[in-house]
Each structure stands twice: as C-alpha cells, then as structure tokens.
Ligand binder design. Structure first.
Ligand code: ADP
Ligand code: MG
Ligand code: ZN
Length: 483
C-alpha cells in the first residue's frame, strides 16, 4: 500500500508440457537441440500440412486442471488466434478461446500474512511459437524447434495483492504441476513463463486500468517488475495522468518498465474455430482414470510432515515446494534420529551451499544439484545433532560430501574431525591462548566483555576448530576468573 493505493494483479502463466512429441505432429519435444533439427511441414506451417492432435497433451492438461481444482469440461475445441509475428510461421496460433478445457479452479498459498486462496479463471491448451535469436552481427535468425511444443496457459483471477503473493502463487503452481508430472517447470529454460497484469486502485473503488508485463523468466524479475510498475502507476495517477492499457517490458538492468506496444483486443485476433481439428471429448471413464493418476499433492505432504516429523508449517512448505526435495527429505528422515534436525540442516546449510554453488544464478535446483545420498546427509545430521562433530566442522564435511559423496562418519574418522571434549586438550588450548594474549585478558577484566569472542576464536583455532564449543567456553571463562 502506498498513498492509499493497493495493487491488483492477475497472472497468465505458460507452461510447456513434458510430452515426448509436439502437440500437432510427431516431432520430438526436446529442449536445447541444434536449431531447426526437430521440425516438419506441420510445425513449420507449410501450406497444406494438417495437424493431428497428440492425446497426451489432453491428458496432461486435464490432470493439471484437476490438480488445480478446476472444472474440466467433457467437450472442448481449438480456435485459431490470428496475428503476424516472425516466430509464428502459420500467422496463426492454434489455441482455445471459446471453449477452453478447464475453468473455475483455485490454489491455496501460505504467505507471511497467512493462508490465501487465489482463483484460476481458466486453463487452455495451445502450441508454442518459435524462438527468435538476435545477433548484432548477423541479424535475427529463427529456431523453429519450439514451434508446436505443447503449452497450457493458466489464467488467474485478479486476486493477487502483492509481489509476495504473486511469487507464492507461482511457487505453488510449480510445485503442483511438477508433482503431477505434467511439466518440469524450469523458468530458466522457459518451460514456465509468466505475464503479470497489474493495476492500482483505492480499496473499495473499482479496479483501475491494467498494464501487462510479458515473459518474466525468474521469480526475482516477477517481484522486481511488480514493485517497479506499482511505483510507476502510483506516480502517474498522483501526477494526474491516466494509465493506458498496454504491454510493457521490464528491464532487469535499470529495474524499470517501458512501453512496448498498445494492447491488442481479442477482436484483433479474429478468433474462429480451427476447421482442421475435431472437437475434443473426454468420457466419464477418461476423467476417472486421469484423476487416479494424480499423486498426493504438496499440501497433503505438508500436513503429513507436520504430523509425522514434527517440522514447522514453514519448514514443511519449503520442503514440499519441489517434489525431488520432498522425496529426498523423506528418504533421509526415514534414517535420521531427528527429522527436525535434518530439515534444519537442509533448509539452512545445504541450501546456503547450493546457492553458493549456483554460479549461473539461475535459482533452479533439481536432484542433480544435490549429489549427496539422503542416507549420508541423515548421518551427518545425526553427527551434528548429537555433538559428535560441531557445527562448523559439520559444514566442512558437508562441503566435502558435495565434492565427493561418502559416509560422513568414516570421513570424520579418517580426517580426525570428531569433536574434542577432552578437558586436558581443551585446557591446554585455553592456557596457551591466555598466556599469549595478556592484554586481552586485562581488557576483559576491565569490563570489555566482547573480547570473549576473540579469545574463543583463538582457542577454537588451537583445536583446529574441533572443540565442543560449550565446554571450551566454560573452561575459558573459568580460567579467566582464576587469573
Ligand atoms: P488478455 O487476453 O487481454 O490478456 P486475459 O483474460 O487472457 O486477457 O487475461 C487477463 C488477465 O488480467 C487475467 O489474469 C486477469 O486476472 C487480469 N486482470 C483483469 N483485470 C485486471 C485488473 N483490472 N488489474 C489487474 N489484473 C487484471
Ligand atoms: Mg491472455
Ligand atoms: Zn513437426
């Protein structure tokens, strides 16, 4: 809220479905191949080529709709959306307009302000366009591998009221869709892309005119684009200007949005039913069979973790946000003495080291980012939780496991990393440090208690970082008191 204005946001999210082949031809649906190697007359839009619908797209789209609490229609149909752009060789996109597959769904998010329900207006199926490759020297080239990749577009109700809620919505959407197995939802590879519609108003007044920011490809840019556009609209309205309906581009570097083009109306697309494709029909039996394929979803697992492992609601939400991570945690928790300690280790130090290792700053993680077996991590968690290795040594062992996975107990043995709690060894370290730093002892005695930390650091270093910190601290304070 700024100067009494509230932001109103609706998201349009495009998700590439994880099918083997494309939506209307038998070309492979693959990411990262040599340009224009997975193409044929149908997806290149050559005259006379006819589309044949891939039924797996229908199954996945219907499952996505069911997982998102939508009404999935028995009958739906494809329409042509006509527009000209170089990445669209047919000059129309096969989409759904008059009769989308799914309508009236919702999802629930946990935000810092509590639980919130966000409505889903509709989910429809469509084909992706190609990719333009801009090169300063050689001009613009077209890669048509992405033409005809199956998409679902998920349109939310304008229920979102903050950048935080928008990001929570996207995270939850990604969790639900990856659990359902219909997409890998990788924002950095473009398999989940988001358009943000944003307007401002004063609560109680009608909604304002919205602008649309297209193709945001990270959670961070969604958040930044929302904040920048909200500021801009508030400033404009306060200056007596009107907000015009248009498409805007968010520039990551400047952190500002700029006008791209005035928004087309749906009339400009001249939608009409695609005569090349028959109506789509799902029987009651189809619906039942698809519903049975949907695995337990993140909310259900979240509740179970709270009951079964006593982890907090917040930790459980984070652990279930990605299916690979939830599976990983469950395998580890089955072995760990304290699942809560394992959860803390994963969400704390493991995440910190994953972020540090993410040199491309994509923020994307999957099972390959965590090359440590859950059994080994559970063992490390137990060693740390019982104090057999202290937390800083535990972090070092974790770093070593990232380099080469092995049994952390054996590793600690071979490298002599177990916690030192032998009073003779600890006292020797303390005496040595106190003798070497008489001035520090003097200032501690004169009331400068912060010196304790420096002395602790030195004593800890004497034990090569392996001391039981509580015990070392007690011995240190006792020795100073005796001086
Ligand atoms: P279009 O085809 O014009 O993009 P859609 O119906 O596909 O329209 O999507 C409109 C999106 O804009 C939806 O997500 C909807 O929630 C959102 N929206 C509609 N009105 C407003 C508004 N006043 N402020 C913010 N978002 C809005
Ligand atoms: Mg739209
Ligand atoms: Zn093809």
């Amino acid at each position: 809220m700024k100067l009494g204005y509230e932001m109103v946001i609706g998201l349009e999210t495009h998700v590439e479905l994880h099918t083997r082949s494309k939506i209307f031809c038998s070309c492979l649906n693959a990411f990262g191949a040599e340009p224009n190697t997975y193409v044929c007359p149908v997806c290149m839009g050559l005259p006379g080529a006819l589309p044949v619908f891939n039924e797996q797209v229908l199954r996945y789209a219907a499952m996505a709709g069911m997982a998102l609490n939508c009404h999935v229609h028995h009958r739906s149909r494809f329409d042509r959306k006509n527009y000209f752009y170089p990445d669209l060789p047919k000059a129309y996109q096969i989409s759904q307009f008059y009769r989308p597959l799914c309508e009236n769904g919702f999802l629930i998010v946990q935000t810092s302000g509590g639980e919130k329900r966000i409505g889903i207006t509709r989910i429809h199926m469509e084909e992706d366009a190609g990719k333009l490759l801009h090169d300063e020297k050689n001009g613009t080239a077209l890669d048509m591998n992405r033409c005809g990749v199956p998409l679902i577009e998920i349109v939310s109700e304008p229920d979102i009221r903050s950048a935080e809620e928008a990001v929570c919505y996207l995270r939850k959407l990604r969790a639900i869709l990856t659990y359902t197995g219909v997409s890998d939802c990788k924002m950095n590879e473009g398999s989940l892309r988001c358009d943000v519609n944003l307007s401002i108003h004063k609560p109680g007044e009608p909604f304002g005119t919205r602008t649309e920011m297209k193709n945001l490809n990270s959670f961070q840019s969604v958040e930044k684009a929302i904040e920048a556009e909200f500021e801009r609209q508030v400033a404009a309205v306060e200056a007596g200007e009107t907000v015009v309906q248009e498409t805007r581009r968010f520039d990551q570097k400047s952190g500002k949005t700029t006008s791209m083009r005035r928004k087309e109306n749906s009339a400009d697309y001249r939608y009409f039913p695609d005569p090349d494709l028959p109506e789509i029909y799902l029987t009651d039996e189809d619906m039942t069979a698809l519903r049975e394929k949907i695995p337990p979803l993140p909310d259900e697992r979240r509740e179970r973790y709270m009951k079964e492992y006593s982890v907090s609601a917040y930790a459980a939400e984070l652990l279930t946000a990605e299916r690979w991570l939830a599976d990983y945690f469950e395998r580890g928790a089955a072995k760990a003495e304290s699942p809560v300690a394992l959860a803390n280790l994963i969400l704390g130090e493991v995440f910190a080291q994953l972020t540090a290792r993410d040199t491309q700053h994509t923020g994307e993680r999957d099972e390959s980012s965590l090359p440590i077996s859950p059994e080994h991590l559970a063992k490390l968690s137990d060693l740390m939780n019982s104090g057999k290795v202290n937390s800083s040594t535990g972090k070092k062992i974790l770093g070593a496991l990232f380099q080469e996975d092995c049994d952390p107990e054996r590793y600690a043995q071979e490298h002599e990393l177990f916690t030192v709690s032998d009073d003779r060894v600890l006292n020797a370290a303390v005496e040595k440090v106190l003798a070497a730093n008489p001035d520090m002892v003097v200032s501690y005695k004169a009331g400068k208690l912060t010196v304790e930390k420096a002395l602790m650091g030195k004593a800890m270093a004497e034990t090569k970082g392996k001391a039981d910190p509580e015990r070392l601290r007690r011995l240190l304070l006792d020795s100073i008191a005796r001086l």
